[in-house]
Write a protein that binds this ligand. Structure first.
Ligand code: DHK
Length: 150
């Protein structure tokens, strides 16, 4: 299985570090990308790191990943709670998917408690701040390694 992992980020995550820092923290998405790249190197993974405010772009990256990637780490942000289209795209992807939320969505408003993406995700991380991305990458690396020794 491929060592390429897509890290996908949904709407408003371009404002990470500036928007509601009491909820999402002070780290920017560039900080997250830097830390993910450093860990990926350590784990022997290649990374594609993307953010978009547009649902179709996230779907296109998931389709691209179908051809090339061994795993997807996705923080769909608000699309988590609304997007059957992203769920359908992930259902067409055959390798591990880990869903990440920076905040603990279960501690927040009722409408954040439901995730379409969780119906497909192999694991869900919420409330670990931006460290959640690194935990997700470690999990994907483990799942890829297990697949490759099967
Ligand atoms: C990020 C968002 O933008 C929200 O819409 C989600 C998620 C939670 C997060 O915690 O990373 O509800």
């Amino acid at each position: 299985m491929s060592h390429l992992v897509y890290v996908l980020n949904g709407p408003n995550l371009n404002l990470l570090g500036k928007r509601q820092p009491h909820i999402y923290g002070h780290e920017t998405l560039a900080d997250v990308e830097r830390d993910c790249r450093a860990l990926a190197t350590e784990l022997g993974l290649d990374l594609r790191f993307h953010q978009s405010n547009r649902e179709y772009e996230l779907i296109d990256w998931i389709h691209e990943a179908r051809e090339t990637a061994g795993g997807i780490v996705i923080n769909p942000a608000a699309f988590t709670h609304t997007s059957v289209a992203i769920l359908d795209a992930l259902n067409a992807f055959d390798a591990p998917v880990i869903e990440v939320h920076i905040s603990n969505v279960h501690k927040r408003e009722e409408f954040r408690h439901h995730s379409f993406v969780s119906r497909r995700a192999d694991g869900v991380i919420a409330g670990f701040g931006t460290q959640g991305y690194l935990l997700a990458l470690r999990r994907v690396a483990r799942l890829i390694a297990e697949k490759n020794t099967e």
